[in-house]
Design a binder for this molecule. Structure first.
Ligand code: GLN
Length: 200
């Protein structure tokens, strides 16, 4: 089974490890530069992207992670993880950097204070029925390049139509947190499939 690393400097690491293990994948935490070399794919959890970025740089993880992503290592980011995988942030904090990989511009905390956190059932390309999406101070994708496939959009409310799940090659990202929804591992399963196919 593929060996999938979960970036473990900050955020909801355990939930992603549990989701991957439910699927029979080998999940391991990544905190040190050496650990970046031995994984077949990377999950970047939800959390706080400004803090995650600082810690990634402080732990000397930025260079090896960027290099492996540039070499084609599959990656999946949820929420703050989506921000870390975005090439551009619309409203970046001064000095905030990302790893990049996705030709998207994200807007942090895009849904506004009033709707800090909310849940919605969404259509998701390639999956039957709907996905229960939990948004927590989530970003949305404000612009996506031509090579980016849009997998899901907000279904209702003032933000209806906003892009909240994307894929570009072996990299995918969701604004929401499938790892906190027990009993539905389909989005992690999509990623495990990408990693397995990439490995062959
Ligand atoms: N608002 C957070 C950020 O900007 C993301 C929130 C989350 O990951 N739940 O990084």
């Amino acid at each position: 089974s593929p060996r999938i690393g979960v970036l473990a400097v900050q955020g909801d690491v355990r939930e992603h490890v549990a989701a991957l293990r439910d699927l029979g994948a080998e999940a391991t935490t990544v905190r040190r530069p050496e650990e970046v070399e031995s994984i077949d794919g990377l999950v970047i959890p939800g959390g706080e992207s400004t803090v995650m970025d600082k810690l990634v740089r402080a732990f000397d993880l930025q260079e090896p992670l960027k290099r492996r992503l540039a070499e084609g290592m599959p990656a999946y980011g949820s929420c703050a993880g989506m921000i870390m995988l975005a090439d551009r942030i619309a409203d970046a904090r001064p000095d905030q950097q990302t790893l990049g990989g996705l030709d998207i511009t994200v807007r942090r905390n895009a849904f506004g204070r009033q709707v800090d956190s909310f849940e919605q059932d969404l259509d998701y390309v390639g999956l039957e029925g709907t996905v229960h999406a939990v948004f927590i101070r989530a970003p949305w994708v404000e612009e996506a390049g031509e090579c980016v496939e849009v997998l899901a959009r907000v279904s209702e409310g003032p933000a209806a139509g906003r892009i909240v799940a994307v894929r570009q090659g072996s990299i995918m990202a969701t604004s929401f947190h499938p790892e906190v929804v027990g009993g539905d591992r389909r989005i992690h399963a999509e990623f495990v499939k990408i990693v397995s196919q990439h490995r062959r």
